[in-house]
Design a protein around this ligand. Structure first.
Ligand SMILES: *[C@@H]1O[C@H](CO)[C@@H](O)[C@H](O)[C@H]1NC(C)=O
Ligand SMILES: *[C@@H]1O[C@H](CO)[C@@H](O)[C@H](O)[C@H]1NC(C)=O
Ligand SMILES: *[C@@H]1O[C@H](CO)[C@@H](O)[C@H](O)[C@H]1NC(C)=O
Length: 431
């Protein structure tokens, strides 16, 4: 009671000055872009105005072999995972980190720290399933693939068995039956996560990296695109006075250049950009040293190239963002996280594959890109890069809170579908 009163007071104290401010400024300024951008905290008033309480999430209690047991084989399989015993993420765990959103979502629900230090949670865990808006399934399906699958052709892997067991647990749950799984939130971030039984859970809210391999069962309307966890270290301090002049590489890319499908563009770009002045385009395999070198080079480049790979998205975009390097995106089917809240055109440049392969076109456009415009984009990147940080304890509007906020936006459509399906007397007739 005291807490909600406090929250109301905080909301009022933020909203009232805004109201006056907007009355005063109405007609003289574009209030949203001008006024709000001066006072970043006030960007939060959207949630005040709607008075929206945090999303209420019921988390299934799964045996640890479905989640933290994949991180620590010694974690006792009969123990309950809590805020006290959850293993910390091992930052030297290499590439596995990039799909670890499943871990950060679970950790954020376990977190019991106090909200009184200014943390605005977008989601809280509830112990009563009947009071939940959504149900979170803490199965680390991406890590399970990474840990248990060496060879894609192998059958009957531990990963496949875990998937089947997971589906059986869900299908036996009264809450799953009630909604057909529509109000269940399931992270499937790695392109091969949950690959054997995805069709059985296709009504649920997926947390995905993109729709590359799940085009036929995934939809923008029900699913949430989440960032990769960035691999290079964030550029926190020590940025030079004049970032445009001090970044002396025009365009940077490092990564695998021989890829399938739309990723074929990487080899074509390599051929085209090879040897171009101020452009670094390097073939490289992922490694710790590689990420260190990439961090250095992204920090000294004006633009960072993000071509499609085997799938439309990659970690590279988020590495560029936390390095404050303006992304140049060449991936026609990419989907981007939090796009209902963030306009990527404000800080990224998009080329179609067709445009990018016109000889000389991309580089000459970047060379002629006005400095003031670049600096504006760089400033914008700095103002949104905290949305791409995963951490524990969670912080306001960090990646995990943004993901929960996206999930919350799905809830009205889920409720509509569930309520309708429960009263229909005929098979669903609507398109
Ligand atoms: C979706 O596509 C995958 C392979 O691309 C296939 O295995 C699966 O059966 C398809 N699912 C549906 C529901 O069509
Ligand atoms: C979801 O999977 C079921 C089979 O489990 C299938 O009948 C249905 O068409 C699938 N829906 C979509 C949207 O792929
Ligand atoms: C790039 O240029 C170097 C040196 O001229 C050459 O050895 C290499 O084969 C070129 N690579 C591509 C992909 O064209």
């Amino acid at each position: 009671m005291q807490k909600s009163l406090n929250r109301t007071l905080v909301c009022l104290s933020l909203c009232i000055p805004l109201l006056f401010g907007s009355l005063l400024l109405a007609g003289t300024l574009d209030y949203k872009s001008q006024f709000l951008s001066f006072i970043p905290q006030l960007n939060n008033v959207a949630s005040c105005r709607s008075g929206s309480p945090p999303l209420r999430v019921y988390m299934y209690d799964l045996p640890p072999r479905f989640n933290v047991g994949l991180m620590d084989p010694n974690f006792p399989d009969n123990a309950l995972v809590t805020a006290e015993n959850i293993p910390a993420w091992r930052w030297n765990d290499g590439l596995r980190k990039q799909h670890s959103v499943e871990y950060w979502m679970m950790a954020s629900l376990l977190y019991e720290g106090s909200d009184e230090f200014g943390l605005t949670r977008e989601a809280v865990r509830v112990s009563d399933p009947d009071s939940a808006d959504v149900f979170f399934v803490p199965f680390f399906s991406s890590l399970s693939f990474n840990v248990h699958v060496r060879n894609m052709a192998e059958s009957n892997t531990v990963d496949e068995k875990l998937q089947l067991e997971m589906v059986n647990i869900l299908k036996a749950s009264a809450y799953w039956k009630r909604s057909g799984g529509r109000d269940h939130v399931i992270p499937v971030h790695h392109p091969n996560a949950f690959r054997h039984y995805r069709d059985e859970i296709n009504a649920s809210i997926f947390i995905v990296a993109d729709f590359g391999r799940i085009m036929n069962i995934s939809r923008l309307a029900k699913d949430v695109v989440a960032p990769y966890v960035h691999m290079v270290e964030s550029y926190i301090s020590g940025e030079p006075e004049d970032p445009y002049e001090s970044r002396d590489t025009l365009l940077f890319f490092r990564g695998r250049t021989k890829r399938k499908d739309e990723g074929k563009i990487r080899a074509q770009l390599h051929k085209m950009l090879n040897g171009t002045k101020d452009v670094i385009y390097e073939e490289a395999y992922a490694s710790e040293e590689g990420f260190k070198a990439s961090a250095e080079q992204m920090r000294s480049s004006k633009f960072c190239l993000h071509p499609a790979g085997d799938t439309p998205s990659s970690c590279r975009l988020f590495d560029a963002i936390v390095s404050h390097c303006v992304p140049v995106i060449v991936s026609d089917r990419i989907e981007l996280p939090f796009e209902s809240e963030i306009d990527y055109k404000e800080f990224s440049i998009f080329f179609s594959v067709h445009e990018a392969l016109k000889p000389g076109y991309l580089v000459s456009l970047l060379r002629g890109f006005p400095k003031e415009k670049w600096v504006k984009m760089w400033e914008r990147i700095k103002s949104i890069s905290h949305h791409f940080e995963f951490q524990y304890p969670p912080k306001n509007e960090d990646a995990v809170n943004m993901i929960w906020r996206q999930v919350r936006q799905k809830v009205p459509a889920v409720k509509l579908a569930v309520h309708r399906s429960r009263r229909l007397k005929i098979p669903d007739w609507w398109r």
